[in-house]
Design a protein around this ligand. Structure first.
Ligand SMILES: CC(=O)SCCNC(=O)CCNC(=O)[C@H](O)C(C)(C)COP(=O)(O)OP(=O)(O)OC[C@H]1O[C@@H](n2cnc3c(N)ncnc32)[C@H](O)[C@@H]1OP(=O)(O)O
Ligand SMILES: N[C@@H](CCO)C(=O)O
Length: 378
């Protein structure tokens, strides 16, 4: 089990005052912190939860220099920093966060939480429920709004009334947008990368075989696999899900040119070997139930739900906004970024990240993303 043992319970309790503290034993990197509270879920009931987060820089006296960085589906709070104990890779936006970088930590206070429902320190299906057993199949459904609600607790605990900037890509872009729609007074500027106002049928369609792959793995055991012997969990299903997803994260022309048709010595096409590699890497670091839960939270993403539609919801945004899409993104196509930008007051036309790398370009095209950040903060 990867998450800490505090878990949560679905109860009818009212929201509680958040409690913060240093991360307890078990954080090998030694820099994560946590906030603990409870929230009313959009689907009903209340969840006691913890959010893990990391920060860089210092909050200034008037609290005006805080930036909220939102990770994508399989990301985590380690947005910046070198690889080291507990973090085999450098932060996923290390090129953007640090002294002298676009998110200049000599000037800014940068905060990156692990998403509610995740498996990298925040409460999720692998966490312990009040009965001291993993939540597993009992973990409630979570929406993007619930995730943002939980992050409000973090902002309150940190003393951040208004973020100077909220930004993220993909699932992180959904949460960034939801912040600006649900709490417009608390978001001064907004950068949404490769994310829509509402998940489309095409995106839900790509998710469907991924969900089935995990659930049809006998090792999934209806979601209650945490006491299975090592290696007996739903690794094969999660690996298939990642292979499907990873194809959608990369550019078609990129794969064609990069891998060609020549089989490797072991008989696999190079692109098959590449997908196998990414599947194996994810299986080692990610919980299958979190993958299901977060995928379904993305499927349900629709800023217009119960708000009179997408147009009415977007008209609430008061942040200085840039929306950007990637010209080779086949999962979140550019037209969605254009539609989203058109709906947000003052956003102007969507920016275009030009790249062969597809959806993942928001993680790869550092200078182009840096320019967008500077345009907002400058
Ligand atoms: C914010 C967040 O959301 S997510 C956190 C970071 N994201 C992830 O971890 C998602 C998974 N990874 C990725 O999507 C990508 O690796 C990115 C976006 C992080 C970086 O993209 P790129 O730099 O273009 O990496 P690329 O997709 O080429 O993968 C490189 C890996 O494939 C391996 N690889 C390349 N070709 C082959 C092949 N034919 N066979 C096997 N492995 C191969 C490389 O050895 C390298 O392995 P390593 O990452 O273990 O060192
Ligand atoms: N590579 C990213 C893509 C999802 O947007 C991830 O795994 O989170």
């Amino acid at each position: 089990m990867r998450a800490p043992g505090q878990g949560g319970s679905v109860t009818a309790a009212p929201d509680r005052v958040p409690v913060t503290g240093a991360w307890p034993a078990g954080d090998p990197a030694g820099r994560r912190q946590w906030v603990r509270s409870s929230l009313r879920l959009e689907a009903g009931g209340t969840l006691d939860f913890e959010l893990a987060y990391e920060t860089w820089g210092t909050l200034n006296a008037d609290g005006s220099n805080a930036v909220l960085v939102q990770h994508a589906l399989t990301g985590d709070s380690h947005a910046a920093g070198e690889a080291g104990p507990g973090h085999p890779t450098a932060g996923w936006w290390d090129g953007l966060i640090g002294p002298g970088r676009a998110l200049d930590t000599d000037e800014l206070f940068v905060v990156a939480p692990n998403v509610l429902g995740g498996c990298q320190g925040s409460t999720g299906p692998a966490s312990l429920a009040p009965d001291a057993k993993p939540w597993g199949s009992r973990f409630p459904s979570i929406t993007v709004r619930d995730q943002v609600h939980s992050e409000q607790t973090l902002a309150n605990a940190l003393g951040v009334d208004r973020w100077a900037l909220v930004l993220g890509g993909s699932m992180g872009g959904m949460r960034a947008l939801e912040w600006a729609v649900s709490l417009p007074a608390r978001v001064a500027s907004l950068l949404v990368l490769a994310a829509p106002a509402a998940s489309s049928a095409d995106q839900i369609a790509w998710a469907a075989p991924q969900l089935h792959a995990i659930r049809s793995d006998p090792g999934w055991r209806g979601g209650d696999y945490y006491d299975a012997p090592p290696g007996a969990g739903p690794h094969a299903g999660l690996g298939v899900a990642r292979r499907i997803a990873h194809v959608t994260y990369r550019g078609e022309a990129e794969l064609v040119q990069r891998f060609g048709r020549t089989p490797q010595g072991d008989g696999r096409f190079a692109v098959e070997s590449y997908l196998d590699h990414h599947a194996a890497k994810l299986v080692r670091r990610f919980d299958a139930n979190s993958y299901l839960l977060l995928t379904e939270s993305m499927n349900s993403h629709d800023v217009g739900r119960d708000r009179g539609g997408v147009g009415a919801a977007l008209s609430r945004v008061s942040a200085r906004t840039i929306v950007a899409g990637v010209d080779s993104d086949r999962l979140y196509p550019l037209y969605q970024a254009r539609d989203l930008a058109a709906g947000i007051p003052g956003a102007g036309e969507a920016a275009v990240i030009s790249s062969p790398y597809g959806h993942d370009s928001f993680l790869i095209e550092t200078p182009q993303v840096a320019a967008l950040i500077k345009a907002l903060l400058g």
